[in-house]
Design a protein around this ligand. Structure first.
Ligand SMILES: Nc1ncnc2c1ncn2[C@@H]1O[C@H](COP(=O)(O)OP(=O)(O)OP(=O)(O)O)[C@@H](O)[C@H]1O
Ligand SMILES: [Mg+2]
Length: 326
């Protein structure tokens, strides 16, 4: 079976302008994303977790066609999508970003905001058809027609988060990419958004990629999890495994830095390895460490970690890029 979304060898480097006064230094290159590969099936949720600056948003933007990769490919049902998307392809992968307030024009009604993508992509024959489609969407996300006549400032943050989803879904995407969808929401609203996403995934058979800092949200939503560090995936596998008993020292430390809701699920061996949590700072992606990017912070690092970058290899039910998996 071909996965719905296929990402292979995805790399995005940014060249920064030369700093004034450093004319003899060559161009500085930020390796934001390096050789990232994963697949997501229809009806599946993949979560991407990792510290700030690990390249999560860059992956999301390239997936959605808002940025072009330096190398690598994005495919949909086995068909490679061009870096610069055709309008027809552009709608197939929709990105929802963190701040719902910034996503709407505050002077236009929400009805206008929801009608516009249907008009742009020519997905409805006339106004009546657009009206019907928009009403169906609004009900799908648990709101009513009366929300449509309001301005973005006249609905709550949670309602707006639902409307952002409705708008992304209006163009009938196959893949939904959500970058920190719950970061700006109250705890109770977060829970309803999680429920909604799980229902939409099942109803619409979407492939969903969720980027989040919130490990508890990732655990509730995801079937599979990818952990990124300095632009690379260091561990990929079933979410209940990667987000509870990872093999790579980085997610182990990352999980130790967040409260464990159910300590019984973390085996005694890994509980000991969790130790103090994450230590030190993320190295600069302008000047990444040689060998394994995590070695300067890793309590298990040896000489080989300094010398050679570990390749991702299957280990039980996960793939891990580490010389000394736990
Ligand atoms: N347009 C750009 N020009 C130069 N560097 C960039 C650009 N966009 C991102 N970067 C760099 O690429 C790296 C990855 O950034 P990205 O925004 O993808 O991280 P992130 O994982 O989403 O972080 P956060 O959790 O803080 O949102 C960072 O070092 C960032 O500074
Ligand atoms: Mg980001």
């Amino acid at each position: 079976m071909t996965a719905l979304l296929g990402v292979s060898g995805l790399t995005r480097r940014f060249t920064l302008p030369r700093a004034p006064g450093f004319r003899r230094v060559g161009p500085r290159v930020v390796a934001a994303v390096e050789d990232v590969s994963f697949e997501v099936a229809a009806g599946e949720v993949l979560t991407i977790v990792g510290e700030s600056g690990s390249g999560k948003t860059t992956v999301a933007r390239v997936l959605a066609g808002l940025d072009t990769a330096t190398a690598g490919t994005v495919s949909l049902a086995g068909r490679e999508l061009a870096g610069v998307r055709t309008p027809a392809d552009q709608r197939l992968i929709q990105l929802v970003t963190q701040n719902p307030r910034a996503a709407f024009n505050r002077r236009r009604t929400l009805r206008h905001a929801l009608h516009q993508p249907l008009r742009v992509h020519g997905l409805a024959a006339n106004r009546a058809e657009r009206d019907a489609l928009v009403l169906d969407l609004v009900e799908r996300v648990g709101l009513t027609a009366d929300h449509l006549d309001r301005l973005p400032g006249e609905v709550s943050g949670g309602e707006l988060a639902r409307l952002v989803l409705a708008r992304a879904l209006s163009v009938r995407p196959r893949v939904l990419v959500l970058d920190e969808p719950t970061a700006s929401l109250d705890a109770s609203v977060k829970a309803t958004v999680v429920e909604l996403l799980l229902r939409l995934r099942a109803d619409l058979d979407l492939a969903i990629v969720v980027i989040t800092h919130e490990i508890d949200i990732a655990r509730r939503l995801a079937d599979r999890a990818a952990v990124m560090y300095l632009g690379r995936i260091v561990e990929l596998g079933p979410a209940e495994r990667v987000l509870a008993r990872p093999r790579h020292p980085y997610p182990l430390a990352l999980l130790a830095s967040v409260p464990v809701p159910d300590p019984a699920r973390v085996g005694p061996a890994s509980a000991a390895a969790l130790g103090e949590g994450i230590v030190g700072e993320v190295p600069s992606p302008l000047d990444p460490p040689a060998g394994c990017g995590y070695h300067p912070r890793c309590p298990f690092a040896t000489e080989v970690c300094v010398e050679r970058r570990p390749l991702a290899e299957p280990l039980g039910d996960v793939e891990v890029a580490c010389h000394h998996p736990r």
